[in-house]
Design a protein around this ligand. Structure first.
Ligand code: FAS
Ligand code: PHB
Length: 391
């Protein structure tokens, strides 16, 4: 089989690239290891930056998004028994929207299927050959048979545990990694959120968050041990910790409801350089991971795809390859700023084992400055609502 762009992985990065290339008349084939419904229903990110919302709308994917996405005008920080809001509208005039990742994936799958897009599920990629030539070949398995897909370019959109990154020679690949000594216990509860805003509890007992999925479903997180077993957390224990870490005088307490989903997510900062090798281009979690604190995982994947799609369109439409040649530099310049923001927020808002009183007071001073000063509120708002994709 042959195509112009072979895409490994049908997560948001892979599907978005396939959609954008199709709109420019460029052929692609998406090869996905997992079954379709597994990919579509995975619960992950919840927040889209303004740039991601605009990108989805510009690509004709604004339909359900404009009906279901919940615009967020502020983020409410809770510490020292007080609520301190950072108002994005007032600080920067840009926003984020709550629109869960599985909805984005559903919209992308529907768009590709309506357009007759080639997405092969349960078709794991085993290896990629001839990346340094002009005709790479992606070798994958389908229905027990080994098959070969010849192409012009390969987009490695296969996530952190994918295979694409391994085809950059080990002596040329540099990885930067930090593993945090905590994770998040994430729950879904059948209850409207107590306030219509994302709330962060920066408490001495640990971080907590109230986010939203729909007007009737709340997404809540609790800092926990990285290898925590969700079954160790009874519903009573969960609600007791959420009240302790999020409730403050003068604000509605956390709204309890039936817990319908519990899972623990580990925390990591990871970045691989370069993000391209020969005719292979890495995008999204295949190249970088951030702790979910700053809500940057999904948004960074879409930002990479905006750069890669534009570069491939310029190649096929005008024969111009400058953007392909500088793809990695363009994405890494932005990704290091995203890593800085995500790691800094994680460090500022979470409790670290063995932290001494001086370090705890520095954390509190950081929170006071970020929420209590105009420069602090502006810097948070600029990063949280999304940095420019290409400087
Ligand atoms: P993905 O991992 O989504 O997709 C990669 C795809 O490639 C998968 O479907 C996989 O099956 C496929 N694949 C892998 N190997 C393959 C092979 N050999 N052949 C073919 N296909 C292969 N981000 C946030 O912003 N906020 C959050 O709250 C948040 N929570 C998260 C919770 C969890 C448990 C996880 C794992 C991630 C979370 N993230 C969060 C980050 C997440 O949203 C990612 O950033 C986002 O899925 C990145 O999208 P992709 O790069 O497309 O990678
Ligand atoms: C989420 O809703 O999953 C979410 C919201 C805000 C964050 C991180 C995650 O900062």
């Amino acid at each position: 089989m042959r195509t112009q762009v072979a895409i490994v992985g049908a997560g948001p990065a892979g599907l978005m690239l396939s959609h954008m290339l199709h709109r420019a008349g460029i052929e692609s084939v998406v090869l996905e290891r997992a079954p379709r419904e597994h990919v579509r229903t995975r619960l992950r990110a919840g927040v889209l930056e303004q740039g991601a919302i605009e990108m989805l709308r510009e690509c004709g994917l604004g339909g359900r998004l404009d009906r279901l996405a919940l615009k967020q005008r502020a983020l409410d920080f809770r510490f020292g028994n007080r609520s301190r809001r950072i108002d994005f509208d007032a600080e920067i005039g840009r926003n984020v929207w709550v629109y869960p990742q599985h909805e984005v994936v559903t919209d992308l799958m529907q768009a590709r299927e309506e357009a007759g897009g080639a997405i092969l599920y349960e078709a794991p990629v085993q290896r990629i050959e001839d990346l340094d030539g002009s005709r790479p070949v992606v070798v994958y398995e389908e229905a027990g048979q080994t098959r070969r897909l010849a192409c012009d370019y390969v987009a490695g959109c296969d996530g952190f545990r994918g295979v694409s990154r391994s085809f950059i020679p080990e002596d040329r690949l540099r990885v930067f990694d930090r593993i945090y000594p905590f994770g998040w216990l994430g729950i879904l509860a059948d209850a409207p959120a107590a306030t219509n805003e994302i709330v962060w509890g920066c408490h001495e007992e640990g971080f907590a968050m109230q986010s939203i999925r729909t007007p009737a479903v709340t997404r809540l997180y609790l800092q926990c041990d990285p290898d925590e077993d969700p079954d160790n957390w009874s519903d009573d224990r969960i609600w007791s910790e959420l009240h302790k870490r999020l409730d403050v005088d003068g604000m509605p307490p956390v709204n309890e409801g039936t817990i319908t989903q519990k899972a623990v997510t580990a925390m990591r900062s990871f970045l691989a350089e370069p993000m391209q090798w020969g005719r292979l281009f890495l995008a999204g979690d295949a190249a970088h991971i951030v702790p979910p604190t700053g809500a940057k995982g999904l948004n960074s994947a879409l930002a990479d795809i905006k750069v890669l799609a534009r570069a491939l369109v310029e190649h096929y439409a005008d024969g111009r390859d400058e953007r392909l040649a500088t793809y990695s530099d363009t994405c890494l310049r932005r990704m290091w700023l995203v890593q800085r923001f995500s790691a800094g927020l994680c460090t500022m808002t979470h409790q670290f084992p063995g932290q001494n009183p001086f370090e705890r007071r520095l954390q509190r001073a950081d929170l006071e400055y970020m929420t209590g000063s105009r420069p602090g509120r502006l810097e948070f708002s600029e990063n949280f609502t999304g940095l420019p994709v290409e400087a």
